[in-house]
Ligand binder design. Structure first.
Ligand SMILES: [Zn+2]
Ligand SMILES: [Zn+2]
Length: 129
C-alpha cells in the first residue's frame, strides 16, 4: 500500500513539472502540488524531486532566480529574461555537432551541458517596439 502511495506522489509531481511551462522552482511546485493533493508535505516534494533527478526524468537548471526544474531532458539551452523572468527554451541542433567536435578534440565524452543565456525574451522585445 505504502509503495503505491509513494509512486502516486512521484507521478503527481512529475505531472506538475510537465504542466508548468516555465521551469518551476521547488516552491512553485509545492504550491501546485498542494492544489491537487493538500496532504503532501514539502519534504515529500523535495524527496520526490530528488528521486526524479536521480532517475533522469527531470533536470535541474540554476538561474538567477534560483534552482528550477525542467521535464525536457533533451539537450537544449535556456534564456533568462531580465524583464519578465521567463526561462525560455532554445533548441539548436548545432549543439550536437559542437559536442561531437569537442569530444574528438579533447578525447572526452560529453553527457550534458548547461547553458544559460541572459537577455530579453521574444515577448518582451515585442512589447518594447
Ligand atoms: Zn520577457
Ligand atoms: Zn527547458
Amino acid at each position: 500500500m505504502e509503495l503505491g502511495r509513494n509512486t502516486k506522489q512521484k507521478q503527481l509531481i512529475l505531472e506538475v513539472i510537465k504542466k508548468e511551462k516555465n521551469h518551476p522552482t521547488i516552491s512553485d511546485l509545492y504550491e501546485e502540488v498542494l492544489k491537487i493533493d493538500p496532504s503532501i508535505g514539502q519534504a515529500t516534494v523535495y524527496r520526490n524531486v530528488n528521486k526524479l533527478l536521480d532517475e533522469g526524468k527531470i533536470k535541474r537548471i540554476i538561474t538567477d532566480s534560483g534552482i528550477r526544474y525542467d521535464c525536457d531532458c533533451n539537450n537544449h539551452y535556456h534564456l533568462e529574461c531580465s524583464k519578465c523572468g521567463r526561462i525560455m527554451d532554445i533548441y539548436d541542433d548545432k549543439y550536437m555537432k559542437l559536442t561531437r567536435r569537442m569530444e574528438e578534440e579533447y578525447s572526452v565524452k560529453i553527457d550534458d551541458c548547461t547553458v544559460l543565456f541572459k537577455g530579453i525574451c521574444d515577448k518582451c522585445l515585442k512589447y518594447e517596439k
